[in-house]
Design a protein around this ligand. Structure first.
Ligand SMILES: [Zn+2]
Length: 158
């Protein structure tokens, strides 16, 4: 990844606005980097995510496990909750990297949480061969459940 990876590293600090819109490749580089910070002593299955907000801010997340398995949290939700807790509500893209998986596909719980806040957001899923599969939250969770008709930042009403 070379220069792109190094540039992304410089822009990595959470919450720092970036001057130019980050590329898909750079966003994935941040997700890969975030996976290296995973706390996963039980599954040994690191995951990283990088969430791009509409204002250009990027929040990263890693999975954080616990001895009580149900208390563990995925990388995607870590990144999303960090962003929301910092007042962000408009999301453009999320990149997900599971270095040990053939395809970095978000779990069902993350699909549901992402759907509430950003149903039309693009999702970039890393593949083991280095390529990236691009889809949307809505495509990952057809007919997704929503108790609220509209979460902040989700301008679509469909
Ligand atoms: Zn998940």
């Amino acid at each position: 990844m070379g220069d792109i990876y190094r540039r992304a590293q410089r822009q990595r600090r959470d919450g720092d606005p970036i001057l130019a819109m980050i590329t898909d490749h750079e966003l994935m580089a941040l997700a890969i980097e975030a996976s290296e910070r995973a706390y996963c002593p039980y599954s040994n299955f690191p995951v990283g995510a990088a969430l791009l907000c509409a204002d250009g801010t990027v929040f990263t997340g890693a999975n954080v496990e616990n001895g009580v398995n149900s208390l563990s949290i995925c990388a995607e939700r870590t990144a999303l909750f960090k962003a929301i807790s910092e007042g962000k509500h408009d999301f453009v893209r999320i990149a997900v990297s599971c270095p040990k998986a053939d395809l970095s596909s978000p779990c069902g719980a993350c699909r549901q949480v992402l759907f509430e806040h950003a149903p039309n957001m693009n999702v970039l899923m890393a593949r083991a061969d280095g390529s990236v599969l691009q889809t949307t939250v809505r495509d990952l969770l057809p007919h997704g459940f929503r108790l609220r008709t509209q979460a902040p930042g989700t301008s679509d009403s469909s």
